[in-house]
Design a binder for this molecule. Sequence first.
Ligand code: NI
Length: 372
Amino acid sequence: MSDFNINKDRWDSRSLLLIGIIYLLAQSFIYSRTLKMPIIINNKTIIVSSSAQARTVLSAHGYRLTPGDLLDSHGKIVLKGGGRPPMIYLNNQPLQAATTLKRDDKIRYLPGKNIKDKFASRVVAIPFRTKIIGRGDYSSLRRFGAGGKREEVFGEKSGKIIFSKIISYPEPTIIKRLKTAPTKKVALTFDDGPEPPYTEQIINILKERRAPATFFVLGRQVRKYPEILAATAADGFVIGSHTVDHARLDLMDTHSIDLELDISRQLITQNTKIVPTWFRPPYGELNDLVATEAAKYNYKIALWNVDSLDWKAPDPEFIWQQLVPEIKPGAIILMHDGGGDRHNTVAILPRLISYLRENGYEIVSLDELYGK
Ligand code: NI
């Protein structure tokens, strides 16, 4: 029993000592938390608690930590916080995010600034994507995509985009996969050119939409506009002969037919370095003699089976009404880039190409239409 008592007494004195130590530690901790110390902000001495965070102290003393704003030329805020942030140095070093201050630390604070910027706008192209629908080894282009446009307002100094608006959405190219080879093929042909500005306008529309076409040119037009012919050929379009003077070959003798064929072919070859393989007699007038003469030049003869009557069109709608009911697989569509005012032809062409593709027609060259 007495042993037990002795031990108990010993425990009591140890416990007391422990409590005393804990008490002292707690006291010194509380003391340190409430201990004040001087620091300097922009040459002004401030008394802070010893464990204070630099940012907390700055904030508590009215120093703004947020950046200035981005202003337009009238001083109106365009982007809050889009200006220059404040610059804060602790003992001449940039202040780190969480920093506990020490006695006599020196802080230099430069407030954030508003930035005045001049704004400019630009139109940016949005590229289009390609969508492939269906499955199969063959493909048919249903629609050729068109890029979109976005307007951006940006700060000239900051380069920052302040505002952005889509003007037009891009439209994807749509390729339909087919299990069997597409049989709905049509060819586009343009006669009586080259003729400014229509030939170039038509070429641009075709190029944009990747649509092949054949141009049956007149020798007399080639003499006037050789550079347009050269450009047409350089863009990969097929050039065919349509005689020199748009003559009624069926009313001519062998010699005259031969001259028309020979000179028109020479004019094409001189300006394109290409020997034409396609021939279209003016007015589609073909007799045995014309066919025989054309064969001497290894010409393939292309007539047409869908007439746009664009040469007498009072408006694009007239052409549309002519064309659409006539379109069928194997159609050779006749249009004109020369011989008169062709702005209606130019106007209807994008709609025609879209219509053909959306209805499953593949626009091909004459060679492909005829299986070479
Ligand atoms: Ni013609």
